[in-house]
Write a protein that binds this ligand. Structure first.
Ligand code: HEC
Length: 309
């Protein structure tokens, strides 16, 4: 009697936390280096005379084509205030390397990150959480994200960016703005019916986040990024994770078909993903980010192949 009660309780615990279902030791990992970008906005990356890659980017070369493998060097330079960072945080590491694994079963998609964020000075920007781990997902409908990943949502006038002044502005897609300048898109949106069409065509990104404190359960939330970063309710994303002495281990998961606004995750389609880690109680732009990586389910040519479990 007692034993069966215990095993039922265990079963219930397992089904409530689907991420436990994957044996990660059996899944191959891919190293993704996240670097500190400072105020390197989308607009900065596209301005000739400021970013050495701007002309070639406009000519068709993607960020990842030039920069995969250079993240550590870049992060060390920016975090020290040599490029695009007017307020460096003393003692902050320039980059964080993560081992990323992806998998799915009949129902759910899972992404697992193991990383070491090193010794992070406490920035005191986010009192509630020490570290946040984020993945953004694009199915390609927001076309620019296929080429520049997270930079499609990162603007010169987002909160704490170079052209924001005192304004608070979350991530957005440039295409939602009536006009776009070197300073970003500001607050003037395209006409409502045009925005409604874009949204109906799926032109937005998903944003999945795990919020971590040492010794505590991870907290999950999710957003979509369109004309702003909008929380999805009810949230279909779950998170599990641990954080101890700088070492983090996180699994984010959601149903393959979670209903709108979530996109169906299906085999045969290539997704673009980008990762971010906010260490040392940072918020907003003071994070580590990855360049864009491709993701497929089951098999195909991509940086990340989510194996069927
Ligand atoms: C044609 C190659 C090329 C492309 C494409 C390109 N870049 Fe660059 N990028 C450079 C070069 C060259 C530099 C100058 C620093 C260096 O030599 O590494 C640079 C510098 C940077 C820096 C500043 C950090 C540093 O190293 O000083 C960031 C951040 C950056 N690029 C991000 C991007 C992003 C984001 C994209 C896509 C929107 C992109 N780059 C596209 C070549 C490129």
């Amino acid at each position: 009697m007692k034993i069966s009660t215990v095993s039922l309780a265990m079963l219930a615990a397992v089904s409530a936390t689907p991420a436990l279902a994957v044996d990660w030791a059996s899944v191959p990992g891919k190293e993704v280096v996240l670097f500190y970008p400072g105020q390197s906005s989308r607009e900065w990356t596209m301005t000739e005379g400021e970013h050495d890659g701007a002309a070639k980017y406009k000519g068709g070369k993607n960020c990842s084509d030039c920069h995969i493998g250079e993240e550590k060097k870049k992060g060390d330079r920016v975090v020290a205030g040599k490029t695009n960072e007017p307020t460096p945080i003393a003692g902050k590491p320039g980059w964080v390397a993560a081992t990323v694994k992806t998998a799915h079963d009949d129902k759910n998609f899972y992404v697992h990150l193991d990383f070491n964020e090193g010794t992070q000075p406490d920035s005191k920007m986010d009192a509630a959480f020490a570290t946040k781990v984020t993945m953004m997902v694009s199915d390609g409908a927001a076309a620019e994200s296929v080429r520049n990943g997270c930079w499609s949502t990162c603007h010169d006038d987002n909160s704490k960016m170079a052209s924001a002044g005192a304004a608070e502005r979350t991530k957005y897609l440039g295409k939602t703005r009536a006009k776009q300048t070197r300073q970003g898109g500001g607050d003037e949106l395209k006409p409502a019916e045009e925005l409604a069409k874009m949204k109906a065509a799926g032109e937005y990104l998903e944003f999945w986040q795990a919020k971590l404190n040492p010794g505590a359960k991870a907290v999950a939330d999710s957003f979509i990024v369109f004309d702003k970063r909008d929380e999805v309710k009810p949230n279909a994303v779950t998170a599990e994770g641990t954080l101890a002495n700088g070492a983090g281990s996180v699994t984010l998961s959601r149903p393959l078909s979670a209903g709108a606004p979530y996109k169906d995750l299906v085999a045969g389609k290539t997704y673009t993903v980008g990762f971010a880690i906010h260490g040392g109680h940072t918020a907003k732009r003071f994070h580590y980010v990855s360049f864009a990586h491709t993701l497929v389910l089951d098999s195909g040519a991509a940086d990340l192949v989510a194996v069927k479990k």
